[in-house]
Ligand binder design. Sequence first.
Ligand code: ATP
Length: 379
Amino acid sequence: MTTGTKAFSELRLEGVSRRFGGHDALRDLDLTIEAGEFVALLGPSGCGKSTALNCLAGLLPLTGGSIWQDERRIDTLPPERRGFGMVFQNYALFPHMSVRANVAFGLRMRRLPKDEIRRRTEEAIRLVRLEEHAGKLPGQLSGGQQQRVAIARAVVLEPSLVLMDEPLSNLDAKLRLEMRTEIRRLHQSLGLTTVYVTHDQEEALSLADRLVVLRAGRVQQIGPPQELHTRPANWHVADFMGYRNLWSMRVQAAVDDTVAVERDGFRLVGDPVGPVAPGSEVIAAVRPEDVRVDQAGATTNAVPAEIEVVEYQGRELAAEAVTATGVRVHLRTDRRVAPGDRVTLSMDPQRLLVFPGDSAPAAGPAAGAALLEEPGLVG
Ligand code: ATP
């Protein structure tokens, strides 16, 4: 198999939009994907991920914008003329054909010479490590093996771009982890360009070179995993990136890169992300793993609280505590805390991000007092 084939140097989506009736499933997506990149489209259910992927694949016509492979406009081409490979969550294998025949199918449709079909098929089967199963029918394989067949069937065609829509969502947790590594390995060894749709932030963070976070059909942030992890652009992205504690608060004072916020006697100092004027409503966000328990010498953002719920998660505990003013705090700790323990929680001000309450580019639910309970992302 040819590796590192670069049929283009960049793929550009310019203002790509798709409406269904009066509903914007995807609005004004601008994205440039470099050849060889692994880009993940990430967001909650209904945010427009599959719509974006289907627009790229040619399965859905755009209602606005255009798609370019270098200087060639491709959104007007039918799917088969775009030369993209596709892998979906429901493998879509032919049940009556062997693994080998499934992988060879696309090459046969292209009427390639028999020995080339044989050579490329065997190589793709070897790449996904299914040599021992090549004669079996899909029904005789495990879910993970079937997904490998689907991947082999896509990459055997040496596509210029591979599109994957939640390819691991039907697999159990252990297989998901294995296949994740497998997908990354194939992406690298074949020099593929991959666009990968998932709602699993951990999967996206571990696989992709760049993430595109969508919400209600609009891009919220595009950047490398590390950037989205440490510096989400707004509280919606923070919520999606594991900032489980989101508290609706009011700004007391703001000086340079520090902001003091308060709600009903619950006071914190944090790092502002965006404009936060005194008196304005904001969302303070912190990850459970950045909440410390009874740390010696902690004075800033030190809050007395009572542990309420504890869950064992391997070497760490995931716990919920409630402060004297009734604020619920999610935390992770390796201390052996138990329900009823009175503790002092503390948070590094640099890990406590403070977002403007209306910092979301997309129209969405107002960041109100309800956030003090359990903010859920809606698509
Ligand atoms: P999921 O993770 O649940 O698959 P998603 O992020 O992929 O969600 P899309 O399938 O792209 O979301 O859907 C985006 C929005 O467009 C949703 O509100 C959905 O209901 C709507 N939508 C998608 N396809 C159609 C269609 N064929 N007709 C009408 N509305 C649609």
